[in-house]
Write a protein that binds this ligand. Structure first.
Ligand SMILES: [Zn+2]
Length: 307
């Protein structure tokens, strides 16, 4: 009996590996855009303007995206209205927890993290576009087996699907530098900053796509992590144009998440990061840096450019 089970398991495993490694039918590489956090009109006077700019860029380019708001940022009538604008425009609205806790912190318990996720669901579940996907804050999915698997079980039992990222980047740090730079040089042409930022996003895209080729022997349908920040309000049309000029197709998150890679549950601990980084770590790919993305890598680049 045991032998039969082992043989069956081997067959199932082989099938999964084979289906994960099948080459894409289409030659074009593809990517979906996702946006985290949401904007807070109580502390960000430009919130409404940035939100409109991002939505306008998506609309003009005929792209459907997904917003993962963290409740603590958007829990005001004006904040919720900005989220509602995403749903009304046909984008998905999903869960990023209420308090944006780091699930790999020893101080954060499984019960606390579940309660915080439920609190955000209660806030958002009547929004147009509401979709049961969870994006972990900081991409941290638990530092122990108990927390990691406990929460994965909770997600499954509550009908949640993947909200994973395949391409991680440091747009949040470029945003800090961008706001400083604009303040210091208000009359400067934006093109030097635009070039640096697009170079960064493209470099991270190429890197994660190379991990995809190394680990899965194919280019997956990617999901890029961006944030609802000033830098993307300013440069989103350029980001979209860059991917298209390089022959990449921009697809909806729903289509990207159909890729079987997003149904894999990586086993490494601490759990989290980009799903490609996590799988690469699990399979022993050499030369992975940790943290995978950080201002530590980007600061010297921007300092050298005088930006
Ligand atoms: Zn976040």
């Amino acid at each position: 009996m045991k032998k039969i089970c082992v043989a069956k398991n081997l067959l199932v495993t082989s099938f999964i590996i084979l289906s994960l490694c099948l080459p894409s039918i289409s030659q074009a590489k593809s990517i979906a855009l996702s946006f985290d956090d949401g904007l807070d009109p109580r502390s960000q006077p430009m919130a409404s303007s940035w939100n409109s700019s991002i939505l306008e860029a998506l609309s003009k380019a005929q792209i459907k995206s997904i917003l993962f708001p963290a409740g603590k940022r958007i829990d005001s009538p004006a904040g919720l209205n900005l989220v509602r604008d995403w749903g009304k425009a046909g984008h998905a609205v999903a869960n990023h927890t209420y308090s944006h806790l780091n699930f790999c912190s020893e101080q954060v318990t499984l019960e606390q993290f579940i309660a915080d996720t439920e609190k955000n669901e209660t806030l958002l579940k009547n929004m147009p576009g509401w979709t049961k996907r969870l994006r972990f804050p900081y991409l941290k999915e638990g530092e122990t087996v108990l927390k990691r698997d406990g929460f994965r079980n909770w997600l499954m039992n509550h009908g949640y699907k993947s909200g994973a990222v395949s391409i991680d980047a440091s747009d949040w740090y470029y945003n800090i530098r961008f706001l400083e730079w604009v303040k210091n040089y208000p009359d400067e042409d934006l093109s030097s900053f635009r070039i640096a930022y697009l170079d960064h996003l493209w470099a991270r895209t190429i890197y994660y796509d190379s991990l995809s080729e190394q680990v899965l022997k194919r280019s997956i349908k990617h999901v890029l992590l961006l944030h609802t920040k000033a830098i993307n309000a300013e440069f989103l049309p350029d980001i979209i144009a860059m991917y298209r000029s390089k022959g990449w197709e921009i697809i909806s998150p729903e289509e990207a998440y159909e890729d079987p890679v997003y149904s894999i549950a990586p086993t490494k601990l601490p759990a989290g990061e980009s799903i490609l980084w996590s799988l690469a770590k699990q399979y022993g790919v050499n030369g992975l840096r940790y943290p995978a993305e950080s201002d530590v890598y980007e600061k010297p680049l921007l300092d050298n450019l005088g930006l």
